[in-house]
Design a protein around this ligand. Structure first.
Ligand SMILES: Cc1ncc(COP(=O)(O)O)c(C=O)c1O
Length: 382
């Protein structure tokens, strides 16, 4: 067996899960963004160790050792200097960007987002009575992921820009030039940048993640960065994330906007996060190799066997945004669910059209092949 096993198919129906419980047993779930891999051993070991201590009371503001580790990671990975005190632990990135919006925007203010996008980002403006301004993310063929002029126009007078980088569902990674343009447009309009960087670790060859706040201290002062170990290490159910907010006043406003709704993080999630960041890198490297091979396999099989489906090979994330418009399936999500017994995420839930679906390839290769086989068969029987 390889040092790390990503090939074994684990029966996740033995425990409650969002992914495997939603659909009947004959449906293969390739939707919600978690992976079908077991957790890295150093994380499991740290959790077992913590369980030896019999008390699970409130965890306080989060361990100093983890704050220090996050600060070290930002310096080592991105050359970004932060203070451990800049870190605010949270039960999730979604609560984090909603809390950020409460802190910085008033009802009626404008919030700029880039569509199609992760559904809770699409929904966030509605929670706070904000005016949502959508700017399209451009496909790889366009070169740049962002039409800077259009984004700059949208940001004029906006209170906030909710950036998703790397981008879910397109898997695009912003280049430094693009981020500089985005940051300049935000700074000149006075918009605060809320940067959802939850997929920052899952970036493939060639591309490199740059936190927008790492561009300059000036940008960092106007940015709330949201990160977590949850996507990379497949521990989303442990409900732990963190905001990095270097500006003390912005941080104070962010914390005050919690309003008793989502304070603090899960004590086991904090343990898992620390183990992941401290000991998980070899596992992560192996995971990235496996996922990158899955991505290439998916892209190659679709090009060969289902050329009517177009996709831009994702530079990041284990998500692929499939354009099925040439196949004229009508509602592509429905077609694949009913005829292929494969569950994707429907395009409209991201603000896209119903010719698009999002496929999750964070699974053993055999499951990925099973999903593609089912698609090929259903399409051949049309
Ligand atoms: C872009 C993005 N942000 C946030 C989340 C979820 O964050 P959390 O579970 O920490 O609230 C996801 C999950 O898929 C995501 O893709």
């Amino acid at each position: 067996m390889a040092a790390y096993d990503f090939d074994t198919v684990i029966d996740r129906r033995q425990v409650p899960t969002s992914k495997w419980d939603r659909y009947p047993e004959d449906v293969l779930p390739m939707w919600v963004a978690d992976m079908d891999f077991s957790v890295a051993e150093p994380i499991a070991a740290a959790l077992r160790d913590r369980l030896e201590h019999p008390v699970f009371g409130y965890g306080g503001p989060g361990p100093a050792s983890l704050r220090d580790l996050i600060a070290e990671d930002m310096r080592d990975l991105y050359g970004w200097t932060i203070s451990p005190a800049d870190v605010v632990f949270l039960p999730g990135v979604v609560p984090g960007f909603n809390q950020a919006l409460k802190a910085i925007a008033q009802p009626g203010d404008s919030l700029v987002i880039e569509t199609p996008v992760y559904p809770p980002i699409l929904a966030a403006a509605g929670h706070w009575d904000l005016n949502r301004v959508d700017v399209p993310v451009l496909p790889v063929a366009e070169g740049s992921a962002v039409d800077v002029d259009r984004l700059t126009g949208a940001l004029a007078g906006a209170a906030a820009f909710l950036l998703c980088n790397p981008h879910n569902p397109t898997g695009r990674v912003r280049t430094r030039t693009e981020l500089e343009a985005v940051a300049e447009a935000s700074l000149s309009s006075g918009a605060v940048i809320i940067s959802d960087e939850i997929h920052c670790d899952i970036v493939y060859g060639g591309a490199r993640h740059i936190p927008v706040a790492a561009l300059s201290p000036e940008v960092a002062r106007r940015t709330i960065t949201l990160m977590a170990a949850s996507k990379t290490y497949n521990i989303a159910g442990l409900k732990t994330a963190y905001a990095i907010i270097p500006d003390a006043d912005l941080r104070r406003r962010f914390v005050a906007a919690n309003l008793g709704m989502s304070e603090g993080a899960n004590v086991l999630g904090l343990v898992a996060t620390e183990a992941a960041l401290r000991h998980g890198r070899p596992w992560k490297q192996a995971l990235l190799s496996y996922l990158e091979a899955n991505r290439d396999h998916l892209v190659a099989r679709l090009a060969r066997e289902l050329p009517g489906i177009r996709l831009n090979s994702p530079e990041a994330t284990y998500l692929a945004w499939l354009d099925c418009s040439a196949l004229e399936l009508g509602d592509a999500y429905r077609f694949f669910l009913d005829k292929a017994k494969v569950a994707f995420n429907p395009g409209p839930s991201f603000g896209g059209d119903d010719h698009h679906v999002r496929l999750n390839f964070g699974c053993p290769r055999t499951l990925l092949d099973e999903g593609i086989d089912r698609m090929v068969k259903a399409l051949s029987q049309r």
